[in-house]
Design a protein around this ligand. Structure first.
Ligand code: HEM
Length: 219
């Protein structure tokens, strides 16, 4: 890492990084097995969970783990993802932001408006996936629901799954595009320059709070 670690800002705490990456590992297994049933040409993807039988057994359990970890992340991240008035400035400058040609006074807090939309999109889709997944979970719950309800649940489950996978592809793409953000999610730290460029209001808050209480880490 080339950044000055003494001056770097803690962006994501260890506990939150563990939640994120454990959830990502499970998400890939769940998403790949799910896609293997949706597109016949992707049948082979199901082998990430062993045989078709073990994949069918494990998919709902791992999906429940993904849901549980995202619920934890919801409560730990939600206060940074509530809409604020200044989000409008980000929307007005979105082209410049995407081209990385924006000024440094966009009043962006810890997460920008695009990240907030992603946050709420992920959280709503995972809720739909969890509720419809319970209805379709043959081994434990499906017997409590009439067959037409299970059919509708499975249709909604597939659509929500596809939408979430597309959102996550966008999320990964942005993570790669904005250099330094993946390092932030891996090590917890981002450079001051990164903070100033991408999250100017959060940067100012960090500067202000670090001069008040120099020894206490903030996130
Ligand atoms: C290889 C896959 C992934 C990579 C590289 C990645 C990368 C990142 C990075 C770098 C951040 C921090 C952004 C920042 O500090 O501004 C982040 C946050 C986050 N990620 Fe991921 N991620 C991946 C997969 C996922 C998946 C599969 C999900 C959920 C289905 C997810 C959900 C989230 C959430 C909810 C946040 C917090 C964002 C917020 O509160 O606005 N990530 N991710």
């Amino acid at each position: 890492m080339s950044m000055d670690t003494k001056k770097a800002f803690l962006r994501t705490k260890f506990f939150d990084r563990m939640c994120h990456w454990t959830m990502v590992a499970c998400f890939f297994l769940v998403a790949m097995s799910g896609l293997s049933w949706f597109f016949p040409s992707l049948n082979w993807l199901g082998s990430v969970l062993g045989t078709p039988q073990t994949a069918r057994v494990l998919h709902p359990f791992l999906g429940t783990v993904v849901f549980g970890l995202l619920v934890i992340m919801f409560f730990r991240f939600v206060h940074h993802n509530l809409p604020v008035r200044t989000d409008i400035i980000w929307f007005r400058n979105v082209i410049g932001v995407l081209m990385n040609r924006h000024g440094d006074n966009l009043r962006i807090g810890k997460y920008n408006a695009g990240q907030k939309i992603l946050f709420w999109g992920i959280m709503s889709l995972i809720s739909v996936l969890f509720m419809t997944g319970i209805v379709a979970w043959r081994a434990y719950f499906a017997a409590y629901f009439p067959i037409p309800v299970i059919r509708v649940a499975l249709l909604a489950h597939s659509l929500a799954g596809l939408a979430l996978i597309l959102l996550v592809i966008g999320h990964i793409y942005m993570g790669l595009w904005v250099k330094g953000s993946i390092t932030g999610m891996l090590t917890g730290y981002v450079s001051r320059a990164w903070a100033k460029q991408h999250h100017d209001r959060w940067y100012e808050e960090k500067i202000a709070s670090s001069s008040e209480t120099p020894s206490k880490p903030h996130s």
